[in-house]
Design a protein around this ligand. Structure first.
Ligand code: SF4
Length: 371
């Protein structure tokens, strides 16, 4: 099925909030988020990790701020990075007030966990005064005791009931600048919870399958869970939770969005699984190019196919493509066969051609924006 025959995803209507300069909801591009896993008090390491996340295109970064020392570190971190930061705070409302003073872009705090009403009001008033949105984040693993007892297990209904309690608190305080997540490690539970919640509130939803797993299994679980929701139009931001380097979370996040043709960043490689017909080493070529071209952000489809069985067809439908041939492979650009590439120079030649094309497309996009 070609891209223009694909069913159009109709996004769920939601309100709009801004996390720093990033718009969330109401049709804004789905934002890709990650979270640092360094000690927040180690400012240098945390800043370096946030910068690595920025290089792979992250839109929002969450940093946990468990103590007042971490809040002081947060102040220094915030001064050294440009991507909007979300502070993850549990229970201690004073930390929320502190990071607000230090310029936090979003508070991830559940109002129901803050305690007394005057403390909740203090945090919400501060968020309102400073234009800081809140993210309510409910996890299946940490539901309130009475909800656990009522439902017996963390069902989708139980998770949503917990989320709506926090939402009610903000509603009563007339605060609507928030987004909500209802995460579970079980794909079906999380998906159903999001579906239920999507019908009950108008705010943006932050998607995630929590504690999804290691790099491979977590990516698969997230792709299935988030993919089901995104295909239904549900979700305004997302995080792929992996027990791996956080930059992997961002790459998988973009891959999920790219697979659904929701949002593209960088090169979408189309490669065959290879077999004895391949005329050059497809797998090592794709791996090498993925690494070498990580810095390219211009969206483009590049097909790398080992022989003429599927090569020309895929190449004709891609921005650039090669179809394996003996010694030399056919090279295609914008749906036309334009030359050949020596198989033993495949990686270097393709890298150069992809870079040149990315530059050309980027210039065209800029020219259009100027017009
Ligand atoms: Fe094998 Fe050719 Fe198919 Fe690749 S495209 S898997 S090389 S038959």
């Amino acid at each position: 099925m070609s891209s223009n025959q694909q069913p159009k995803i109709v996004r769920r209507q939601s309100t709009r909030i801004y996390v720093g300069h990033i718009p969330i909801g109401d049709g804004a591009p789905i934002a890709v988020q990650s979270m640092t896993n360094t000690r927040t008090t180690d400012v240098e390491k945390t800043v370096n990790q946030i910068k690595a996340l920025e290089r792979v295109g992250v839109d929002l970064v969450r940093v946990s701020v468990p103590t007042m020392d971490a809040a002081q570190a947060f102040k220094l971190i915030k001064q050294q990075v440009s991507v909007p930061l979300i502070a993850d705070i549990h229970f201690d409302y004073r930390i929320a007030l502190k990071v607000a003073e230090y310029g936090v872009d979003c508070l991830r705090i559940n109002p129901g966990n803050i305690g007394k009403a005057d403390r909740i009001r203090a945090v919400v008033d501060c968020a309102r005064d400073r234009n800081i949105p809140i993210r309510i984040g409910v996890n299946a693993g940490s539901l309130e005791k009475d909800i656990q007892e009522k439902y017996g297990e963390p069902t989708p209904q139980a998770i949503v009931e917990s989320a709506l309690r926090h939402v009610d608190i903000l509603d009563k305080l007339n605060f609507d600048q928030f987004k909500v997540s209802v995460k579970a490690s079980d794909v079906f539970t999380a998906v159903e919870a999001y579906r239920l919640l999507a019908k009950q509130i108008k705010q943006p939803l932050h998607l995630g399958i929590t504690e999804a797993g290691g790099a491979r299994s977590g990516a698969v679980k997230s792709a299935i869970g988030l993919g089901m929701l995104l295909a239904e139009g549900i979700g305004d931001t997302l995080r792929v939770s992996l027990a791996a380097d956080p930059t992997e979370e961002v790459k998988v996040g973009f891959d999920i969005l790219q697979s659904l043709r929701i949002r593209a960043r960088g090169i979408n490689f189309i490669a065959c699984p290879t077999c004895s017909r391949q005329e050059f080493d497809v797998i090592s070529t794709v791996n090498a190019l993925e690494q070498r071209l990580e810095d390219i952000i211009t969206p483009m489809d590049v097909s790398i196919i080992g022989c003429v069985v599927n090569g020309p067809g895929e190449a004709l439908a891609s921005t650039l493509g090669v179809a394996g041939g003996s010694q030399k492979s056919g090279f295609y650009e914008d749906g036309e066969r334009v030359g050949r590439i020596d198989n033993d120079k495949m990686i270097q030649e393709l890298e150069a051609k992809i870079r040149a094309k990315a530059q050309l497309l980027a210039n065209r996009i800029t020219a259009k924006e100027i017009v």
